[in-house]
Design a protein around this ligand. Structure first.
Ligand code: IPD
Ligand code: CA
Ligand code: CA
Length: 291
């Protein structure tokens, strides 16, 4: 367990705050979805979409943090970076799964990771502090704090206030074999990269029970934490895709690797059930992935 400066609120307190902000942000995004979708721009490729809701949701989170945690840094997908003066930086993907959001497929989430760095906040050196992923379509909050474990909270909203219904501690253990395990992955927006990824999936598909591609990296990572899938791997994620979900998977006992190898287009992110990790990492390495 890392020693953090005593002046900082504990990781658990920061996780509580992240839950509160993420639920309100995800609820707002869902409400906006009900009013329709406006595509505002595209980014790396014409299919890498940004909607007005992506921007509005990130602006909401950023404004809340400026009010509640002035001095903390911010690193968001849609509105860039602000350096931290406290050591904490909020790494935010306001809508992870924007393509699903656009087509009204209810597999998207608001993902908020909080990281600690004594100097500049770089993924190679920062320490995950807290992480929250909220899927407002299923009313699920996934929460973890550094050294404090991971949990799934089910909630409802009454008169604009949210209530917790149940809390389930997430804990992965025991043996697993690839032949009976579900593996999730994701594909890049760049079609050439996707062809390579499809070749890797082809090399894996007869070794695993089956493959899933849900379309939101944060939900893939928490899916491993809950045992909904047994492994997830993807090349080319950005820190805001995995900052929260990777901590949640790790705190649940998954073997997590890759995050932190580079700020953009990190080589490989994976989260694997601990009983399956040795077998799957060998296979990923055989099919040419940089594990
Ligand atoms: C994307 C989703 C997708 C993954 C892509 C991400 P976005 O995030 O997480 O599942 O395959 O690599 O970029 O663009 O919807 O926030
Ligand atoms: Ca994302
Ligand atoms: Ca996004």
């Amino acid at each position: 367990m890392t020693n953090f400066p005593a002046a900082l609120p504990s990781p658990a307190k920061i996780a509580d705050l992240a839950c509160d902000i993420a639920v309100r942000a995800a609820t707002k995004a869902k409400q906006l979805r009900g009013e329709g979708v406006t595509v505002a721009a595209s980014k790396s490729t014409p299919t890498d979409l940004v909607t007005e809701a992506d921007r509005a949701t990130e602006a909401f989170i950023r404004d809340e943090l400026a009010r509640l945690r002035p001095g903390d840094g911010f690193y968001g997908e849609e509105s860039g970076e602000q350096a931290s003066t406290t050591g904490l930086t909020w790494v935010v993907d306001p809508i992870d799964g924007t393509v699903n959001y656009t087509y009204d497929i209810p597999a998207w989430a608001t993902s908020i990771g909080v990281v600690y760095a004594a100097g500049p906040a770089e993924p190679e050196t920062w320490t995950p502090y807290a992480g929250v992923v909220v899927n407002p379509n299923l009313h699920e909050i996934w929460r973890a704090s550094h050294g404090g474990g991971a949990e799934l909270i089910r909630y409802s909203i009454d008169d604009g206030t949210y209530h917790h219904h149940s809390r389930e501690l997430l804990h992965l253990a025991g043996p697993r074999e690839l032949a009976t395990s579900l593996a999730a992955t994701g594909f890049a927006y760049d079609a050439d990269v996707r062809v390579d990824q499809a070749r890797q999936v082809l090399a894996l598909i007869d070794k695993a029970a089956d493959i899933r591609r849900f379309g939101a990296a944060s939900l893939d990572l928490v899916g491993v934490a809950a045992g909904r899938v047994h492994a997830y791997f993807e090349k080319g994620l950005h820190p805001f895709d995995h900052a929260a979900g990777a901590l949640i998977a790790r705190e649940a006992g998954a073997i997590v690797g890759g995050p932190g190898r580079g700020r953009e287009n990190c080589e490989l992110t994976y989260a694997i059930h601990p009983g399956l990790a040795a077998e799957l990492l060998d296979v990923l390495s055989e099919i040419g992935l940089p594990v």
